[in-house]
Write a protein that binds this ligand. Structure first.
Ligand SMILES: Nc1ncnc2c1ncn2[C@@H]1O[C@H](COP(=O)(O)OP(=O)(O)OP(=O)(O)O)[C@@H](O)[C@H]1O
Length: 258
C-alpha cells in the first residue's frame, strides 16, 4: 500500500462543547476514491472539515501527504467543495472570477493568468455546464447552479486530493453525470477523492471503498456495496431513522444476516 495522502489518527472533535467525533482513524491512499457515508449528523462533514483544517481537532492527529496539518502548506494540492450553502452570497463576483479563484494556489505570485490557467477554468466551466453564465454574477444563479460554481472552482485547481461534501445535492441528473465523468478523469490521472454523499447516483461505479460513519465513529470501512447488498438494504424489515436509504450502509446487510 502506498503512503496515505490523508491520515487521521484518534481524531476527537467537539462542537459547542459536545463531542462530535469520538476517536476516528482513517488512512486514505493515493488514488483511492472513497465514499463517506452515514446518517444525518453522524459526523461526515465534521470529519472533512477536520481533515482540511477548517475545524481544529480536540485531540488526535491529521496528516496530509505525510505532513502534520499544522505544518502543511501545499494547499494547491487540496480541493474542497463545501456542502451547499444555499442562498446567494450577495458578493458581486462573476462565475468566472469565482472559478478562477480556484487557480490561485497553482499560480506563481503576481503572475497574470497563463494559458493553462485559462484552459483549466474553461474546462471546469464546461464540465458543470456554466460556460454561458461565465460573466453573470453568482448572486443571480440558483442554488444548484451556485453549487456547480463551487465544484468548478475546485476542479479548476486540478487538486491531487479532492474533498466533496454532498456535491450533487440540488444538481440535476445530467450535471451529476458530467461531474461523475470529470471525477473519473481526475481518478484516471491519479487523484484521490473523498466524497461525502447520501446518494451516489452516477458516482457509484467510481467508488473503491466505502467508509460509513455512525455517531461520530467509523462503523464500517471496506469494499463498496454490491447489488445484492443494495437490494438487502431495501428490505422492509429495516427501520431507518435517517435519510440514507438510496446509498445504504453495509452495516444494514450485516444486521440483516444476523
Ligand atoms: N457548528 C456546530 N455547532 C454545534 N454542533 C454542530 C455544529 N455543526 C454540526 N454540529 C453537530 O455535529 C454533529 C455532526 O454534524 P455533521 O454536519 O458533521 O454531520 P453529517 O454526517 O455531515 O450530517 P449531514 O448529512 O446532515 O450533513 C451533528 O450532531 C450536528 O448537529
Amino acid at each position: 500500500m502506498s503512503d496515505p495522502v490523508l491520515s487521521l489518527h484518534e481524531v476527537r472533535l467537539s462542537l459547542a462543547g459536545r463531542p462530535v467525533l469520538h476517536g476516528v482513524d482513517l488512512d486514505v491512499s493515493s488514488g483511492e476514491f472513497v465514499a463517506l457515508l452515514g446518517a444525518n449528523g453522524s459526523g461526515k462533514s465534521t470529519l472533512v472539515r477536520a481533515a482540511t483544517g477548517l475545524r481544529p481537532v480536540s485531540s488526535g492527529t491529521v496528516e496530509l501527504f505525510g505532513t502534520p496539518l499544522p505544518a502543511f502548506r501545499d494547499w494547491s494540492r487540496v480541493g474542497f467543495v463545501p456542502q451547499r450553502v444555499g442562498a446567494a452570497s450577495g458578493v458581486p463576483a462573476s462565475v468566472r472570477e469565482i472559478v478562477t479563484s480556484g487557480r490561485l494556489g497553482r499560480r506563481r505570485l503576481l503572475r497574470p493568468l497563463g494559458a493553462s490557467d485559462r484552459r483549466a477554468v474553461a474546462d471546469a466551466l464546461d464540465v458543470v455546464g456554466l460556460t454561458d453564465r461565465a460573466t453573470d454574477s453568482v448572486a443571480t444563479l440558483s442554488g444548484g447552479q451556485q453549487q456547480r460554481v463551487l465544484i468548478a472552482r475546485a476542479l479548476a485547481g486540478e487538486p491531487d486530493l479532492f474533498f466533496l461534501d454532498e456535491p450533487t445535492a440540488g444538481v440535476d441528473l445530467a450535471h451529476q453525470h458530467a461531474l461523475a465523468d470529470c471525477l473519473g478523469t481526475l481518478k484516471e490521472r491519479g487523484a484521490t477523492v473523498v466524497l461525502v454523499a447520501h446518494e451516489l447516483g452516477p458516482m457509484a461505479p467510481l467508488v473503491d471503498r466505502a467508509v460509513v460513519m455512525r455517531h461520530g465513529e467509523v462503523a464500517y470501512d471496506g469494499p463498496p456495496l454490491d447489488e445484492e447488498t443494495l437490494h438487502a438494504h431495501h428490505h422492509p424489515r429495516l427501520h431507518r431513522h435517517d435519510h440514507t436509504p438510496h446509498v445504504g450502509s453495509p452495516l444494514d446487510s450485516l444486521e440483516e444476516r444476523r
